[in-house]
Write a protein that binds this ligand. Sequence first.
Ligand code: PLP
Length: 284
Amino acid sequence: EPVYLNGQFLPLAAAGVSPLDRGFLYGDGVYEVIPVYSRQPFRIDEHLARLQATLAGIRLANPLTVDAWKSVIFRLIADAPWDDQSIYLQVTRGADDKRDHAFPPASVTPTAFAFAGPLVTPSAAVRAAGVAAITVADQRWARCDLKVISLLANVLARQQAVEQGCAEALLIRDGFMKEGAASNIFVVKDGRLLAPPKTQLMLPGITYDVIVDLAQVHGQPLEIREIAETELRAADEVWMTSSTKEVLAITTLDGAPVGNGKPGPLGERMWQWYQDFKNTVMRK
Ligand code: PLP
Protein backbone atom coordinates (compact mmCIF):
# COMPACT_ATOMS: atom_id res chain seq x y z
CA GLU A 1 0.00 0.00 0.00
CA PRO A 2 1.31 3.48 -0.82
CA VAL A 3 2.48 6.12 1.64
CA TYR A 4 2.04 9.88 1.24
CA LEU A 5 5.14 12.09 1.01
CA ASN A 6 5.16 15.75 -0.04
CA GLY A 7 2.21 15.62 -2.41
CA GLN A 8 2.82 12.15 -3.82
CA PHE A 9 1.55 8.65 -3.12
CA LEU A 10 4.34 6.12 -3.58
CA PRO A 11 5.57 2.77 -2.24
CA LEU A 12 7.29 2.98 1.15
CA ALA A 13 10.52 1.70 -0.40
CA ALA A 14 10.49 4.63 -2.85
CA ALA A 15 9.77 7.29 -0.20
CA GLY A 16 12.98 9.10 0.70
CA VAL A 17 13.72 12.05 3.00
CA SER A 18 16.96 14.05 3.07
CA PRO A 19 19.37 13.23 5.91
CA LEU A 20 19.46 17.01 6.43
CA ASP A 21 15.74 17.01 7.25
CA ARG A 22 15.23 18.93 10.49
CA GLY A 23 13.05 16.11 11.79
CA PHE A 24 16.09 13.82 11.57
CA LEU A 25 18.63 16.42 12.80
CA TYR A 26 16.67 18.10 15.62
CA GLY A 27 13.37 16.31 16.09
CA ASP A 28 11.92 19.57 14.71
CA GLY A 29 8.45 18.38 13.77
CA VAL A 30 4.99 17.28 14.85
CA TYR A 31 2.80 14.22 14.42
CA GLU A 32 -0.69 12.75 14.85
CA VAL A 33 -2.13 9.25 15.10
CA ILE A 34 -5.75 8.83 13.99
CA PRO A 35 -7.65 5.58 14.61
CA VAL A 36 -9.83 4.18 11.81
CA TYR A 37 -12.66 1.75 12.48
CA SER A 38 -14.38 -0.09 9.62
CA ARG A 39 -12.55 2.28 7.23
CA GLN A 40 -13.97 5.38 8.94
CA PRO A 41 -11.61 7.75 10.77
CA PHE A 42 -12.66 8.45 14.37
CA ARG A 43 -12.56 12.10 15.56
CA ILE A 44 -10.68 13.22 12.45
CA ASP A 45 -11.63 16.90 12.91
CA GLU A 46 -10.33 16.85 16.48
CA HIS A 47 -7.04 15.20 15.44
CA LEU A 48 -6.53 17.71 12.61
CA ALA A 49 -7.33 20.58 15.00
CA ARG A 50 -4.71 19.29 17.45
CA LEU A 51 -2.22 18.99 14.57
CA GLN A 52 -2.93 22.63 13.73
CA ALA A 53 -2.53 23.68 17.38
CA THR A 54 0.80 21.86 17.66
CA LEU A 55 2.06 23.40 14.39
CA ALA A 56 1.08 26.85 15.69
CA GLY A 57 2.88 26.02 18.94
CA ILE A 58 6.15 25.38 17.06
CA ARG A 59 5.53 28.26 14.61
CA LEU A 60 5.33 26.07 11.51
CA ALA A 61 2.69 26.77 8.84
CA ASN A 62 0.48 23.79 8.04
CA PRO A 63 1.56 22.63 4.56
CA LEU A 64 -1.92 21.19 3.86
CA THR A 65 -5.44 22.51 4.39
CA VAL A 66 -7.85 20.46 6.48
CA ASP A 67 -9.57 19.30 3.27
CA ALA A 68 -6.23 18.34 1.72
CA TRP A 69 -5.30 16.31 4.82
CA LYS A 70 -8.69 14.62 4.66
CA SER A 71 -8.23 13.61 1.04
CA VAL A 72 -4.76 12.21 1.87
CA ILE A 73 -6.21 10.28 4.81
CA PHE A 74 -9.17 8.90 2.86
CA ARG A 75 -6.92 7.77 0.02
CA LEU A 76 -4.56 5.98 2.47
CA ILE A 77 -7.56 4.30 4.11
CA ALA A 78 -8.98 3.18 0.77
CA ASP A 79 -5.66 1.75 -0.43
CA ALA A 80 -4.82 -0.13 2.80
CA PRO A 81 -5.81 -3.79 3.26
CA TRP A 82 -7.16 -3.46 6.83
CA ASP A 83 -10.65 -2.35 7.97
CA ASP A 84 -9.30 -1.01 11.28
CA GLN A 85 -6.26 1.19 10.81
CA SER A 86 -4.06 3.72 12.48
CA ILE A 87 -3.12 6.70 10.31
CA TYR A 88 0.19 8.39 11.15
CA LEU A 89 0.81 12.00 10.04
CA GLN A 90 4.09 13.86 10.43
CA VAL A 91 5.23 17.35 9.43
CA THR A 92 8.80 18.58 9.90
CA ARG A 93 10.41 21.94 9.20
CA GLY A 94 12.06 20.46 6.12
CA ALA A 95 15.64 20.09 4.89
CA ASP A 96 18.06 23.00 4.70
CA ASP A 97 21.54 22.71 3.13
CA LYS A 98 23.22 24.12 6.22
CA ARG A 99 23.00 23.05 9.82
CA ASP A 100 21.60 25.79 12.03
CA HIS A 101 19.17 25.47 14.93
CA ALA A 102 17.34 28.67 13.94
CA PHE A 103 14.51 28.37 11.42
CA PRO A 104 15.60 27.82 7.79
CA PRO A 105 14.90 30.42 5.08
CA ALA A 106 11.35 30.64 3.73
CA SER A 107 12.44 28.79 0.59
CA VAL A 108 12.74 25.58 2.65
CA THR A 109 9.42 23.73 2.53
CA PRO A 110 8.09 21.46 5.29
CA THR A 111 8.22 17.70 4.87
CA ALA A 112 4.76 16.11 5.10
CA PHE A 113 4.49 12.36 5.51
CA ALA A 114 1.56 10.01 6.20
CA PHE A 115 0.98 6.29 6.16
CA ALA A 116 -1.58 3.70 7.26
CA GLY A 117 -0.91 0.71 9.51
CA PRO A 118 -3.18 -1.87 11.11
CA LEU A 119 -4.99 -0.81 14.30
CA VAL A 120 -4.57 -3.40 17.03
CA THR A 121 -6.62 -2.53 20.11
CA PRO A 122 -6.12 -4.56 23.33
CA SER A 123 -7.56 -8.09 23.07
CA ALA A 124 -10.38 -9.29 25.34
CA ALA A 125 -7.81 -11.37 27.26
CA VAL A 126 -5.56 -8.35 27.87
CA ARG A 127 -8.55 -6.25 28.93
CA ALA A 128 -9.75 -8.97 31.32
CA ALA A 129 -6.36 -9.13 33.05
CA GLY A 130 -5.42 -5.46 32.85
CA VAL A 131 -1.80 -4.41 32.42
CA ALA A 132 1.12 -3.56 34.69
CA ALA A 133 2.70 -0.11 34.87
CA ILE A 134 5.56 1.61 36.65
CA THR A 135 5.98 5.19 37.82
CA VAL A 136 8.98 7.21 36.64
CA ALA A 137 10.10 10.82 36.99
CA ASP A 138 8.72 12.99 34.19
CA GLN A 139 11.86 14.18 32.41
CA ARG A 140 10.10 15.80 29.44
CA TRP A 141 10.27 19.48 28.54
CA ALA A 142 7.72 22.10 29.64
CA ARG A 143 5.44 21.95 26.52
CA CYS A 144 4.02 18.46 26.81
CA ASP A 145 0.74 19.81 25.36
CA LEU A 146 2.39 19.85 21.92
CA LYS A 147 2.41 16.57 20.01
CA VAL A 148 5.99 16.91 18.77
CA ILE A 149 8.24 14.17 17.39
CA SER A 150 11.03 14.91 19.93
CA LEU A 151 10.05 11.94 22.10
CA LEU A 152 13.30 10.91 23.79
CA ALA A 153 12.00 11.19 27.38
CA ASN A 154 8.88 9.22 26.39
CA VAL A 155 11.05 6.62 24.65
CA LEU A 156 13.27 6.13 27.71
CA ALA A 157 10.28 5.94 30.07
CA ARG A 158 8.47 3.36 27.92
CA GLN A 159 11.65 1.29 27.53
CA GLN A 160 12.12 1.24 31.32
CA ALA A 161 8.54 -0.05 31.61
CA VAL A 162 9.10 -2.75 28.99
CA GLU A 163 12.33 -3.88 30.68
CA GLN A 164 10.31 -4.35 33.87
CA GLY A 165 7.64 -6.36 32.06
CA CYS A 166 5.19 -3.46 32.09
CA ALA A 167 2.96 -1.90 29.43
CA GLU A 168 3.23 1.75 30.45
CA ALA A 169 5.22 4.26 32.52
CA LEU A 170 3.24 6.85 34.51
CA LEU A 171 5.04 10.18 34.63
CA ILE A 172 5.39 11.95 37.99
CA ARG A 173 6.33 15.63 38.15
CA ASP A 174 6.56 17.56 41.44
CA GLY A 175 4.59 14.85 43.24
CA PHE A 176 1.73 14.74 40.71
CA MET A 177 0.88 12.15 38.06
CA LYS A 178 0.54 13.92 34.72
CA GLU A 179 -0.07 11.11 32.21
CA GLY A 180 1.54 8.01 30.73
CA ALA A 181 4.49 7.92 28.33
CA ALA A 182 1.99 7.49 25.47
CA SER A 183 -1.43 7.69 27.14
CA ASN A 184 -3.59 9.78 29.44
CA ILE A 185 -4.42 8.38 32.88
CA PHE A 186 -7.72 8.34 34.77
CA VAL A 187 -8.14 7.33 38.42
CA VAL A 188 -11.22 6.07 40.29
CA LYS A 189 -11.54 6.61 44.04
CA ASP A 190 -14.70 5.94 46.07
CA GLY A 191 -16.89 6.03 42.94
CA ARG A 192 -15.50 9.33 41.68
CA LEU A 193 -13.58 9.58 38.44
CA LEU A 194 -10.50 11.82 38.57
CA ALA A 195 -8.52 13.19 35.64
CA PRO A 196 -5.59 15.62 35.55
CA PRO A 197 -6.37 19.02 34.00
CA LYS A 198 -5.15 20.02 30.53
CA THR A 199 -2.06 22.11 31.22
CA GLN A 200 1.18 22.59 29.29
CA LEU A 201 2.49 19.53 31.18
CA MET A 202 0.03 17.04 29.62
CA LEU A 203 -0.93 16.06 26.09
CA PRO A 204 -4.60 16.92 25.49
CA GLY A 205 -5.74 13.45 24.42
CA ILE A 206 -8.55 13.07 21.92
CA THR A 207 -9.60 9.94 23.83
CA TYR A 208 -9.41 11.91 27.11
CA ASP A 209 -11.98 14.37 25.73
CA VAL A 210 -14.29 11.54 24.65
CA ILE A 211 -14.09 9.97 28.11
CA VAL A 212 -14.77 13.27 29.87
CA ASP A 213 -17.85 13.71 27.63
CA LEU A 214 -19.01 10.13 28.23
CA ALA A 215 -18.72 10.57 32.00
CA GLN A 216 -20.92 13.66 31.78
CA VAL A 217 -23.45 12.03 29.43
CA HIS A 218 -23.78 9.00 31.73
CA GLY A 219 -23.96 11.01 34.96
CA GLN A 220 -20.64 9.67 36.23
CA PRO A 221 -19.17 12.08 38.83
CA LEU A 222 -15.91 13.48 37.49
CA GLU A 223 -13.31 15.77 39.05
CA ILE A 224 -10.72 17.36 36.79
CA ARG A 225 -7.82 18.25 39.06
CA GLU A 226 -4.22 17.37 39.76
CA ILE A 227 -3.71 13.81 41.08
CA ALA A 228 -1.03 13.38 43.73
CA GLU A 229 1.26 10.36 43.50
CA THR A 230 -0.11 9.26 46.90
CA GLU A 231 -3.68 9.32 45.52
CA LEU A 232 -2.57 7.29 42.52
CA ARG A 233 -1.24 4.58 44.83
CA ALA A 234 -4.46 4.58 46.91
CA ALA A 235 -6.73 4.39 43.84
CA ASP A 236 -9.52 1.82 43.40
CA GLU A 237 -8.97 1.84 39.62
CA VAL A 238 -6.40 3.31 37.26
CA TRP A 239 -6.92 3.37 33.47
CA MET A 240 -4.76 4.36 30.56
CA THR A 241 -6.49 5.89 27.54
CA SER A 242 -5.32 6.57 24.00
CA SER A 243 -6.45 6.31 20.40
CA THR A 244 -4.93 2.83 20.07
CA LYS A 245 -5.41 1.45 23.63
CA GLU A 246 -8.92 2.96 24.03
CA VAL A 247 -9.66 2.38 27.75
CA LEU A 248 -7.36 -0.15 29.42
CA ALA A 249 -7.15 -0.99 33.13
CA ILE A 250 -3.81 -0.77 34.91
CA THR A 251 -4.06 -3.48 37.56
CA THR A 252 -0.50 -3.48 38.90
CA LEU A 253 1.51 -0.36 39.74
CA ASP A 254 5.19 -0.66 40.68
CA GLY A 255 4.52 -4.32 41.52
CA ALA A 256 1.58 -3.61 43.89
CA PRO A 257 -2.06 -4.37 43.01
CA VAL A 258 -4.30 -1.42 42.05
CA GLY A 259 -7.46 -1.80 44.17
CA ASN A 260 -8.21 -5.53 44.28
CA GLY A 261 -5.76 -6.15 41.41
CA LYS A 262 -8.51 -6.72 38.83
CA PRO A 263 -10.04 -4.37 36.26
CA GLY A 264 -12.74 -2.40 38.09
CA PRO A 265 -16.44 -1.97 37.29
CA LEU A 266 -16.29 1.68 36.25
CA GLY A 267 -13.47 1.01 33.80
CA GLU A 268 -15.42 -1.85 32.26
CA ARG A 269 -18.50 0.38 31.96
CA MET A 270 -16.44 3.19 30.42
CA TRP A 271 -14.92 0.76 27.88
CA GLN A 272 -18.47 -0.27 26.90
CA TRP A 273 -19.67 3.34 26.71
CA TYR A 274 -16.68 4.07 24.47
CA GLN A 275 -17.54 1.13 22.17
CA ASP A 276 -21.19 2.18 22.01
CA PHE A 277 -20.20 5.77 21.21
CA LYS A 278 -17.79 4.63 18.49
CA ASN A 279 -20.43 2.40 16.94
CA THR A 280 -22.97 5.23 16.99
CA VAL A 281 -20.76 7.80 15.31
CA MET A 282 -19.34 5.23 12.86
CA ARG A 283 -22.93 4.33 11.77
CA LYS A 284 -21.86 0.71 11.14
N1 PLP B 1 -0.32 11.34 26.19
C1 PLP B 1 0.75 11.08 25.42
C2 PLP B 1 2.11 11.48 25.92
C3 PLP B 1 0.59 10.45 24.17
O1 PLP B 1 1.66 10.21 23.39
C4 PLP B 1 -0.71 10.08 23.75
C5 PLP B 1 -0.92 9.48 22.42
O2 PLP B 1 -0.89 8.32 22.23
C6 PLP B 1 -1.80 10.33 24.59
C7 PLP B 1 -1.56 10.99 25.80
C8 PLP B 1 -3.19 9.96 24.20
O3 PLP B 1 -3.69 10.79 23.20
P1 PLP B 1 -4.87 10.35 22.22
O4 PLP B 1 -6.03 9.97 23.09
O5 PLP B 1 -5.15 11.56 21.42
O6 PLP B 1 -4.37 9.18 21.43
